[in-house]
Design a protein around this ligand. Structure first.
Ligand SMILES: [Zn+2]
Length: 230
């Protein structure tokens, strides 16, 4: 074996070892290597910390994406304008950055930034021919067909991570329960009640179930309206 070949196979072993360590300790390869790269999501442009990195279907981390854009092996956005709408809302209301952006500034920034990211450059190759969009539309139709009293028509579903929407509901017995898995990405949205008031509707769904609840600002005092297996 030549020196060159040996060094190549050595490199491959290192990669395999890093992959195994990443799985074992549930941290990204970038972190194992001492964070040489500043990772950003190649779909939405968000800086990536290990806690928000997306996962492949086998549970391993995919360091190219955040878990809102790539969940369990599925790309959740196929429409750049829809993603921009979601991001702009967060950017304008983001208290963490301390910067206040106007909606127009945030939108202009994203319109210029997103086309430079790998996912949108390779969209034709990576997209699933609209299968995920079709699944979302089917869920939207099923949810609207439930005709929940006071809830307006649902138009879009966004990817939401369990830990952000895993509300604790009080049962008639007084016991408090959570229904979701903190680490899983769900599809959902928030809707204003047609009758006004300070409660709004929360909708969450995935392959297995549809959940509708109401709550006050910041998810306070949640009440379950409906939980249906699909
Ligand atoms: Zn992302």
């Amino acid at each position: 074996m030549s020196w060159r070949k040996r060094s190549l196979s050595h490199g491959r072993q290192n990669t395999e070892t890093l992959k195994r360590l990443s799985e074992l300790f549930n941290v990204s390869i970038n972190t194992l290597l001492g964070s040489p790269q500043k990772l950003i999501c190649q779909c939405c442009g968000m800086p990536l910390e290990d806690e928000i990195i997306g996962r492949n279907q086998d549970g391993t981390l995919n360091e190219n994406y955040c878990k809102w854009c790539y969940a369990d092996g599925t790309y959740t956005y196929s429409d750049m304008d829809e993603l921009i709408d979601v991001c702009v809302k967060h950017m304008v209301s983001d208290q963490f950055t301390g910067e206040s952006l106007t909606v127009e500034q945030a939108r202009a920034y994203m319109k210029q930034k997103l086309p430079q990211l790998d996912y949108w450059k390779r969209y034709e190759e990576l997209s699933d021919d609209g299968q995920f969009e079709a699944f979302k539309q089917q869920l939207i139709d099923e949810i609207n067909a439930l005709h929940v009293e006071g809830m307006p028509e649902l138009k879009t579903l966004n990817a939401l991570v369990g830990s952000f929407v895993n509300l604790e509901y009080r049962l008639p017995s007084g016991q408090k329960v959570k229904f979701l898995d903190d680490g899983t990405t769900y599809l959902g949205n928030q809707l204003e009640c047609e009758f006004g008031g300070d409660r709004c509707f929360g909708v969450l769904a995935n392959m297995d179930f549809i959940l509708v609840c109401t709550y006050e600002a910041e998810g306070a005092n949640p009440e379950l309206v409906l939980y249906k297996k699909r």
